[in-house]
Design a protein around this ligand. Sequence first.
Ligand SMILES: [Zn+2]
Length: 277
Amino acid sequence: MASRQRRLARLGSSHPQPRVRVASSTTSAERRRDLRPIIHAEDVCPTQDFGSAAADLLAAAACVGCGRAGCALCPACATELEGLPYRTRPSPCPIGLPAVFAVAVYDGVARSALVAHKEQARLSLSKPLGRALALSVFGVLAAQSDRGTALRVLHLVPAPSSRRTVISRGHDPLLRMTNECAKALRAASVHAIVAPVLAAARPVRDQAGLSARQRADNLGGAFAFKGRRGLDGRAVVVVDDIVTTGATAAEACRVLGLVGADVLGVAVVAATARHQS
Ligand SMILES: [Zn+2]
């Protein structure tokens, strides 16, 4: 508990706060307090909705991190998703990839939680994973503080998943996480909206096992903008569950740039270990 309080204090003091539009009566101390609901672990279990709880019952309600019975992510393991956001960089780094922020290495609890949420539909993990994503978004915003631009609305654009993949899984895990992320950001006075404006334009090979160059070739021209209107000048953060080579995020950012979006950076829950931080 003490270490978490230290991390909270560092989040509020050592990271420059993004210039976000908040009610004029809101003080910086109040804004820092607003961040706390994002990273409290104790309510991970009690706030499950009926569907999430039912899914966990079917999965024997064991913690994905330690196997402890009771809920999908126990408070102790949840702290693994509450680290300070850090900047990470794939090596080699794709051309055009903006700043990428993560809260965890893709290993241990982070990996177990992302896999269980995605592949086993452990839906009660959407909230803690979405909160972790929100911390990464704060990392992106904090890195933008020197631009001096007041942020009116922040568009969260999920990296596209193929329609076939979503159908085969029976749900869209990244969209669920992004919705929870937006809720957490709004609770901290950042006017975030979810903008799923990218779609797969053509089939791509499974990325697993491909080199960085092969992934870039595989994804070139693979995404299309499907928004009704452009994003001219709109502040955007691309969100994804993990970043590996950065090829997916770079292609998403390239397409958003073509429609005029002001892409501030990329936020993910976890980065693979070969990243430099
Ligand atoms: Zn646990």
